[in-house]
Design a protein around this ligand. Structure first.
Ligand code: PEP
Length: 255
């Protein structure tokens, strides 16, 4: 299979600059050849740490990514971060559409589509998050919800642009709760997403798109999740803040 295995750590609003550098140093020291050769590792800290972390990681295979960016190139948007600014730190990736951004910051599918396009135009790869709430899982509207998020957030891209997209399926009810989708349930959704991509673009593009799972991934459940045919790695929250746990998850992705 030609797809890249990816493990990305989403540090959310944790770790100041000094703490970020300490965690990065620890992770850097633990990444061994078995991970380097098989897994793309991406660290997504708070934006203030991106540039310093990039310097610390120079000469390694570990990438950095932002957790968000605006769609405009510059302007009067106090507190925001333009995609070119993210790029200038040495970051290669940006997370867009995380459920916490959708829920707490009112980010709509429309806004997210603009962010995705702009980030890609600036040479960033996009980790695009989709996922249903507990209510949507229970009332069985989750397929519809995920399809809408994918169509509206991503399908305005042409084929070349889409090659810079990694999809992350993150059921909202599993994020930070300790609840995880079963490997079989997660696989079903990943397969569904891949089919949407195949139908809209083509089967080859779908085959080459990495689709990550996120939601309480830990060292003890990573292996079963990553063993599923359409799960190409993970977007990791809580466990990404502990170097040893994070590395165990990276190893599971490469196994
Ligand atoms: C996340 O926020 O992207 C996430 C998956 O968090 P956690 O692993 O803590 O559930």
């Amino acid at each position: 299979m030609s797809r890249t295995k990816i493990v990305a750590g989403n540090w959310k609003m944790h770790k100041n600059l000094e703490e970020s550098l300490a965690l990065t140093t620890e992770i850097r020291g633990l990444v061994r050849d078995e991970v380097k050769a098989k897994v793309e590792v991406i660290l997504c800290p708070p934006a203030i740490s991106l540039a310093s972390m990039h310097r610390l990681l120079e000469g390694t295979s570990i990438h950095t990514g932002a957790q968000n960016c605006h769609w405009e190139d510059q302007g009067a948007f106090t507190g925001e971060l333009a995609p070119g600014m993210v790029k200038s730190t040495g970051a290669t990736h940006v997370i867009i559409g995380h459920s916490e951004r959708r829920q707490y910051f009112g980010e709509t599918d429309d806004m997210l589509a603009n962010k995705v396009k702009s980030a890609i135009r600036h040479g960033l790869k996009v980790l695009f998050c989709v996922g249903e709430s507990l209510q949507q899982r229970e009332d069985k509207t989750f397929y519809k919800v995920i399809e809408k998020q994918i169509r509206e957030g991503l399908f305005g891209l042409d084929r070349k642009e889409f090659s810079s997209v990694v999809v992350a399926y993150e059921p909202v009810w599993a994020i930070g709760t300790g609840l995880t989708a079963s490997p079989e349930d997660a696989q079903e959704i990943h397969h569904f997403i891949r089919r949407l991509i195949a139908d809209f673009y083509n089967p080859e593009i779908a085959e080459n798109t990495s689709i990550l799972y996120g939601g309480s991934v830990k060292p003890d459940n990573a292996k079963q999740l990553f063993a599923m045919g359409d799960i190409d790695g993970g977007l990791i929250g809580g466990a990404a803040l502990k170097a040893r746990d994070f590395i165990e998850i990276c190893k599971a992705a490469g196994a």
